[in-house]
Design a protein around this ligand. Structure first.
Ligand code: CMP
Length: 222
C-alpha cells in the first residue's frame, strides 16, 4: 500500500513535491499501537521519527514515585521522536498511546537524509519546534504565575480552541487534567465543580462547554 495520500495530509510535508512525497512513501513504514502502550521510553536511544496518522498520544515524564507529568498531547498530523535524531541524545520523555493509534515511522538515517535533502522539511520542523517552545514557555509561566484554578481555566480554553472555541469534546478525565497542570485529581475535581457552580463551564457526559469565556480568561491571566 502506498503511504503517499497519508503523507500529503501531514503539515510537516505540506510543501513537498509529488516526487519527494513518493520518495518518502518508499522509505516510511506504518505501525499501530493499542491504547496505553508505550511507544517511546525516556532514556532509550532514538532510532526513528513518528508521525501520528490516527489516534492520540501523550508525552510524559514519570517521577521516581510513579507520578506522571503530561508535557504535551499530540494528535493526527503531529510528529514526535525528532529530538533524539537531531541532537543524538537519548529520548527526552516517554510517549504513550492514549487511544488505539497508528503512525508513519521514518528510520533515523532516512529521516536525517531527508532533512538534508528537503529544506522544506527542515523549515517545517523548525516551525513546529518553535511552536512547542512557545507552548512550553506558556506552561512554565502558568506553573509559576497561576494557581490551580488559573491553570485549569487556561487548559480548558486551549482545549476548546482546538475545537470550535466553545466545546471540549475530547474525553479528558480529571486525573489527566491533573497530570497536565501539575496538580492532584482531588484538587482538579474541586476546581471543576467550582467553575461549574459559578457558571463558567457546563459539564455533561458528552462535552465540557465554555459558558463564560471572559471569566475564564481573567482566571487564566489573559
Ligand atoms: P525524543 O526526545 O526523541 O523522544 C521523546 C519525544 O517527545 C521528543 O523527541 C519530542 O518529539 C517529544 N517531546 C518532548 N518534549 C515535548 C514537549 N514539551 N512538547 C511536545 N513534544 C515533546
Amino acid at each position: 500500500m502506498t503511504l503517499a495520500p497519508v503523507l500529503r495530509r501531514v503539515p510537516l510535508f505540506a510543501e513537498l513535491s509529488e516526487t519527494e512525497i513518493a520518495r518518502l512513501s518508499d522509505i516510511a513504514r506504518d505501525r499501530s499501537y493499542p491504547k496505553n502502550s508505550v511507544i517511546l521510553f525516556e532514556d532509550d536511544p532514538g532510532d526513528a521519527l513518528y508521525v501520528v496518522v490516527t489516534g492520540l498520544v501523550k508525552v510524559v515524564l514519570i517521577g521516581e514515585d510513579g507520578r506522571e507529568v503530561i508535557l504535551s498531547v499530540l494528535k493526527d498530523g503531529d510528529f514526535f521522536g525528532e529530538m533524539s535524531l537531531i541532537d543524538d541524545q537519548p529520548r527526552s520523555a516517554h510517549v504513550i498511546a492514549m487511544e488505539d493509534s497508528s503512525f508513519l515511522v521514518l528510520r533515523r538515517e532516512d529521516f536525517q537524509h531527508r532533512l538534508r535533502e528537503a529544506p522544506s522539511i527542515a523549515l517545517g520542523m523548525l516551525r513546529a519546534l518553535s511552536r512547542r517552545l512557545r507552548e512550553a514557555d506558556e506552561k512554565i509561566g502558568g506553573l509559576v504565575l497561576l494557581d490551580v484554578n488559573g491553570r485549569v481555566a487556561k487548559l480548558l480554553l486551549s482545549m476548546a480552541d482546538e475545537n470550535d472555541g466553545v466545546h471540549i469534546t475530547r474525553r479528558v478525565t480529571h486525573h489527566t487534567i491533573a497530570q497536565m497542570v501539575g496538580s492532584s485529581r482531588e484538587t482538579v475535581s474541586r476546581t471543576m465543580r467550582d467553575l461549574a457552580d459559578r457558571g463558567f463551564i457546563e459539564v455533561t457526559r458528552k462535552a465540557i462547554t465554555i459558558r463564560n469565556r471572559s471569566a475564564l480568561q481573567t482566571a487564566a491571566g489573559r
